[in-house]
Write a protein that binds this ligand. Structure first.
Ligand code: TXA
Ligand code: MG
Length: 343
């Protein structure tokens, strides 16, 4: 495995070409996107996709997103593309949005988890764009974590078991968005049902999408018809640290933490304010969370990864506000807090 060094050098054409060549050979390449790191494989090579599923430890009926470098090639991957999808793509690509569309016939079922739809995204990170350009095809890429675990937003957070399976890692520094793309299902749009559905909230927000399209749109919670679609983010305990995590409302938060500390529990804490008493016990790791949703999302997985490796009995997180700007963050925290037994 080659580990390619960060920033200026990672964008050097030689390293990008090396990554593209490995993809052509059916190998896996970890690359940065603006959301999280992706584990990339040639989307038109079923053997490479099989390797990708095995490296990730992912059940093979869960679809992966195809990353493209140019809107011009969208029609090579999807058919019956509604105008709404083009409006979304023009407004938000390259960027943290994935569109679900009816798949073109040649798209391997291995990519779509056996479904008749495909997820497509054009990422905004310059290294991802250069890699797509050099490769020339679509890159299938789930987040570069083992199935069910936290998505990596820094090369330091990549799992050694996963790294052992990849041909190269392109280091693009810390991801700027920090949580996975907003997924919008445009595959079921009809004249009588013209609105797309948000399957996974992210940092492209519902009000922004509604304003662009001039219509109210649904989220997965309010939409029963999409319940057949397999979205691995659907699983309650997705995006989870290994340490049990609790999400606690702000009003109860200070007292809850004090109770746990009095019980001498080893605690990891992600909170909007510091501990009221000035002494932090040695068995308590306290991460102060940014108050704005963008920097919070940007650092969320890094914070959880840090707390998860402190040997704590549990991680307690102060629940963020419930407004639309926090929808993506709240979705990931709720899943991280879900019982592992429901997996
Ligand atoms: O920001 C992102 O989307 C990152 C970066 C690497 O692009 N990728 C990512 O991939 O989060 P992954 O595989 O970890 O999550 C993709 C989600 C999964 O929940 C998957 O089930 C869903 O997208 N998905 C993919 N294709 C789909 C389809 N055809 N129908 C419904 N859901 C789909
Ligand atoms: Mg993922």
């Amino acid at each position: 495995m080659t580990s390619l060094p960060p920033s200026e050098s990672s964008t050097s054409q030689e390293l990008i070409l090396q990554g593209a060549q490995l993809l052509r050979e059916g190998k896996l390449v970890v690359f940065p996107t603006e959301t999280v790191y992706g584990l990339g494989a040639d989307a038109s090579n079923p053997d490479a996709i099989a390797h990708l599923y095995q490296a990730k430890g992912r059940p093979n009926d869960h679809p992966v997103i195809v990353h493209i470098g140019d809107l011009e090639v969208l029609h090579q991957w999807a058919v019956n593309i509604p105008l709404i999808a083009y409006s979304l793509a023009e407004a938000f690509w390259p960027g943290p949005m994935t569109l679900i569309l009816p798949k073109a016939s040649h798209v391997p079922l291995a990519v779509t988890g056996g479904q008749d739809t495909v997820g497509i995204r054009m990422p905004a990170h310059p290294v991802a764009m250069d890699l797509l350009q050099a490769f020339g095809g679509g890159i299938a890429a789930p987040s570069a974590n083992r199935f069910g675990r936290l998505s990596p937003t820094r090369v330091e957070d990549l799992d050694p078991k996963l790294l052992a399976q990849v041909g190269a890692v392109l280091d693009g520094g810390p991801c700027q968005v920090g949580i996975e793309s907003t997924i919008i299902d445009c595959s079921r749009i009809t004249p009588s049902n013209p609105a797309p559905v948000i399957l996974r909230p992210g940092m492209i927000l519902q009000p922004e999408i509604e304003e662009l399209l001039g219509m109210c749109i649904h989220t997965r919670e309010s939409e029963e018809t999409v319940s057949h679609t397999r979205v691995s983010g659907d699983l309650p305990s997705h995006y989870a640290p290994l340490t049990p995590l609790e999400l606690i409302d702000s009003e109860q938060f200070p007292q809850h933490v004090i109770t746990l500390l009095n019980e001498e529990q080893a605690l990891g804490v992600l909170a909007f304010s510091p501990l009221a008493s000035n002494e932090l016990p040695a068995n308590c790791h306290w991460v102060l969370a940014p108050e704005e949703p963008k920097p919070y999302a940007q650092t969320l997985y890094k914070a959880l990864q840090y707390l998860d490796t402190r040997s704590c009995d549990r991680i307690v997180v102060e629940r963020p506000p419930q407004s639309p700007e926090w929808a993506g963050v709240n979705d990931r925290l709720t899943r991280a807090a879900a019982e592992k037994g429901e997996h």
